[in-house]
Write a protein that binds this ligand. Structure first.
Ligand SMILES: C[S@@+](CC[C@H](N)C(=O)[O-])C[C@H]1O[C@@H](n2cnc3c(N)ncnc32)[C@H](O)[C@@H]1O
Length: 318
């Protein structure tokens, strides 16, 4: 008999994430030679060790991130970045020296995935970070493209209040547990949603997909990420989950297309209570069957987010 978990764990690992990307490169390109020298002189300790170990061509993202950690006012102003850091009691998915001014790696991931799908936000266009938490990805994107109207929403009101008070480069608003958003029909060019559909049960996943179809203009795009087979592959390889739970999860996902686990319970996710929000795992065919023909699939990259979440770019059909 086939050992399904062994087969899942034996999937080819996803290639390593590049050490730079379009947002980091564009921000770095704004720095003068003197500002690069200033930042190189500032890095020390663990950050310096990391910097020295990187190949020269891969050092740009780290140096851009270091500007916020070392509060280098000149380079920050040149790049339109800020060094406001969410305190520990405010939800943030990245912390530490390289995340003070936002998460350049996540911004690069978003823009690279869109570019790979042939999507470029038009000049003056509108971008929404759906489920933005305290804005780690949106702030470098807004710094990179000041021509855009950048919107971020999340039901975590404390995270949104912090972002609204500290990140003037974007507009933040709280979102409801269920649709609709306070946005007009077809008013957004691109929505991205990092680690959001990886948490929705089937019904809210489909309700929010329909809501994205309402707010995105025809021809606009939705980038979303989901847990799937590569998430289980990571769990199997790292022994990160009880084997019985994993076997049941893979079995349900293979038979029904989607498997949902309530992991937050009564307390909710940082106090955000929603019974349709937990950990979900889904197959590409489940998503594609439900997304088409209202959407065209422009891109599918398995495991592309952190080696375990699948990334999709969908284009809204008319
Ligand atoms: C895993 S975090 C990802 C945050 C952000 N996208 C990032 O990558 O930093 C999930 C986020 O989804 C938010 N969330 C919870 N319930 C939600 C819902 N029903 N709709 C949209 N977002 C939700 C959480 O508050 C949290 O900020």
């Amino acid at each position: 008999m086939v050992d399904v978990l062994a087969a899942v764990g034996a999937r080819a690992p996803v290639p390593a994430v590049p050490a730079s990307g379009p947002v980091s490169d564009a921000l770095y390109a704004r720095l003068s030679a003197e500002q690069v020298a200033e930042l190189e002189a500032a890095v020390e300790g663990n950050v310096k060790q990391m910097y020295d170990e990187l190949p020269v061509e891969d050092r740009r993202r780290l140096l851009v991130s270091a500007a916020a950690f070392y509060r280098a006012e000149g380079p920050l102003a040149t790049m339109n970045l800020t060094a406001a850091e969410p305190p520990e009691d405010v939800h943030a998915m990245a912390r530490g020296p390289l995340a003070v001014g936002g998460d350049l790696g996540m911004a690069d991931f978003v823009v690279q995935a869109l570019e790979d799908a042939g999507v470029r936000v038009p000049a003056g266009g509108t971008v929404l970070d759906f489920g933005c938490s305290s804005g780690r990805a949106l702030r470098p994107i807004a710094a990179w493209r000041p021509d855009l109207e950048c919107l971020g929403c999340d039901p975590n009101e404390a995270a949104i209040a912090w972002a609204a008070a500290h990140l003037p480069m974007a507009r933040f608003f709280p979102s409801p547990i269920d649709p609709p958003l306070e946005l007009a029909d077809a008013s957004v060019d691109v929505v991205y949603a990092i680690s959001i559909w990886s948490h929705f049960a089937a019904a809210p996943a489909l309700r929010w997909l329909a809501e994205m179809h309402r707010v995105i203009r025809p021809g606009g795009a939705l980038l979303l990420t989901t847990h799937g087979l590569d998430t289980f592959a990571t769990y199997v390889r790292g022994e990160l989950m009880n084997r019985g739970l994993m076997a049941a999860g893979v079995d349900r996902m293979l038979r029904e297309g989607i498997h949902f686990l309530d992991v937050f319970g009564e307390a909710g996710d940082w106090g955000v209570k929603d019974e349709g929000w937990g950990n979900s795992f889904l197959l590409a065919d489940w998503l594609v069957e439900h997304a088409t023909p209202q959407w065209t699939v422009r891109l599918l990259r398995r495991g592309r987010l952190d080696g375990n979440q699948d990334a999709y770019v969908l284009e809204r059909c008319a």
